[in-house]
Design a protein around this ligand. Structure first.
Ligand SMILES: Cc1cc2nc3c(=O)[nH]c(=O)nc-3n(C[C@H](O)[C@H](O)[C@H](O)COP(=O)(O)OP(=O)(O)OC[C@H]3O[C@@H](n4cnc5c(N)ncnc54)[C@H](O)[C@@H]3O)c2cc1C
Length: 411
């Protein structure tokens, strides 16, 4: 193939994987990205890559919980009052997607993106020297309230129809999640086809180092715009022209594409984490999600990372870790947490109302490509996103699985 030049804007997990995949296909790639910092969403996530993520968040049961959410009675979701007017159109679209036919279609689309996710990461992680960051030990959703098996009938049906394997854990079997779990939970659903990354920030660092080691050009910059012209594209502040541009700037992507006429409905589902050591000899080998307790716990950096659900607020408003304060007593019910390590972390999941990322060609600018909006599953699906984008940018026959993720679906 001709050695086309590509600028990738954004060096979180999605931009890093995309840059590597483009490089593998012979493109000359320049990555525009700041240093790897806590600010990026890819730094502070739960590290979970699971086949169970084929189910989008907006499913029928969500509607019945809406009043609790709107009144901030449920710690899994908080809406900052000042943010409600701005977020209402997005929430309306999100709620409209709860009807079963839409859920089934989107789950099938996500299945195509998630099934190859771990293999795609392994392909990059080996040469990046990052294989040891991945652990294939499954993950478990845990339920405190009785009657959970019936309550999750819809999820079980979706998992089955998409080939997601799961095992039910009750009684003593719950002790396999962590010692003492059977005292607190009535049911566990273990998803064996899951890996977790024990330091998501380190993974981005290794991928970026591989990109540079393979001859990729990294510009430590966050350009303010993209300028189309007769000879391709320039990025603001730089003289060079590029044949193609891939926008992978996560929650900051809209600043780059809106001036070119693309109005895509992205919301920022903010989430927090705090890390702790475990004490009293307690250990945790694999992540779990305490559904009724509204937190995720992941073994991370030789301790555990506790993560909250969703906070709808303006992207750049200062951190308001109310949800952390609400969940930590519930975490302490079940785990022997030692001292908190460091400050709470705030991240912004860049989320589209249908729960699918935006992957594909921009409709009005040949050579401009989008890879953003990965919401809750950006770590998982980043490597496949990179592969799909690179194949499409190299002009390979269109991949039918990509159609569901097209930017054009929003009109
Ligand atoms: C609490 C929490 C838990 C999560 N848990 C999981 C999980 O277990 N599994 C999972 O799969 N996903 C999880 N996610 C989601 C996942 O973290 C995100 O979907 C993913 O990190 C998004 O990656 P990204 O590369 O698109 O964005 P980012 O990581 O935010 O990277 C975007 C980068 O672009 C840079 N940038 C901004 N503007 C510009 C510009 N103009 N030019 C160039 N660069 C620019 C930014 O500085 C940033 O470095 C979680 C998210 C949160 C908040």
């Amino acid at each position: 193939m001709m050695h086309l030049s590509v600028a990738v804007l954004g060096g979180g997990i999605v931009g890093s994987c995309t840059a590597l995949s483009l490089q593998e296909r012979g493109f000359h790639v320049t990555l525009f990205a700041p240093r790897i910092e806590r600010e990026m969403t890819s730094y502070g996530n739960a590290g979970v890559i699971t086949h169970a993520s084929v189910i989008p968040l907006n499913i029928p049961g969500v509607l019945s919980r809406l009043p609790r959410y709107l009144l901030n009675r449920d710690p899994s979701l908080r809406i900052a009052p000042a943010a409600l007017p701005g977020i209402t159109p997005w929430l309306w679209r999100f709620m409209r997607g709860c009807e079963p036919a839409s859920v089934g279609r989107r789950a099938a689309a996500l299945n195509a993106l998630i099934t190859p996710a771990l293999a795609a990461h392994r392909h990059l992680a080996g040469p990046a020297g990052a294989s040891a960051l991945f652990h294939e030990r499954g993950w478990t959703r845990l339920y405190r309230q009785p009657g959970a098996l019936e309550r999750i009938a819809g999820e079980r049906a979706l998992w089955k129809s998409n080939g997601v394997r799961f095992d039910l854990l009750e009684g003593e079997m719950l002790e396999t999640v962590f010692e003492g779990a059977s005292k607190h939970y009535t049911l566990g659903v273990r998803i064996p086809d899951t890996a977790h990354v024990d330091s998501p920030g380190a993974l981005v660092e290794r991928y970026r180092a591989l990109f540079v080691a393979r001859g990729g050009e990294w510009r430590c910059d966050t350009p303010k715009g993209i300028e189309p012209g007769a000879r391709g594209y320039r990025v603001a502040g730089h003289e060079r022209h590029f044949d193609q541009v891939a926008v992978c700037a996560g929650p900051w992507s809209m600043e780059l594409v809106r001036p070119l006429g693309y109005r895509l409905p992205m919301a920022f589902e903010r989430g927090y984490h705090q890390e702790f050591s475990l004490v009293n000899g307690q250990t945790l080998l694999a992540p779990f999600y305490d559904v009724d307790g509204a937190f995720v716990c992941s073994p991370m950096n030789d301790g555990v990372r506790i993560l909250t659900g969703i906070e709808f607020d303006r992207r750049d408003r200062t951190a308001t870790p109310h949800q952390l304060a609400r969940i930590l007593p519930r975490v302490r019910d079940v785990l022997a947490l030692g001292q908190a390590r460091g400050e709470p972390w705030l991240g912004r999941r860049p989320s589209m109302p249908d729960g699918l990322p935006v992957i594909g060609a921009a409709s009005k600018h040949p050579g401009l490509w989008f890879g953003f909006g990965h919401g809750h599953i950006g770590l998982s699906t980043s490597a496949v996103t990179g592969q799909w984008l690179a194949e499409a940018m190299a002009g390979k026959d269109s991949n039918p699985a990509m159609a569901a993720f097209s930017p054009c679906r929003f009109g």
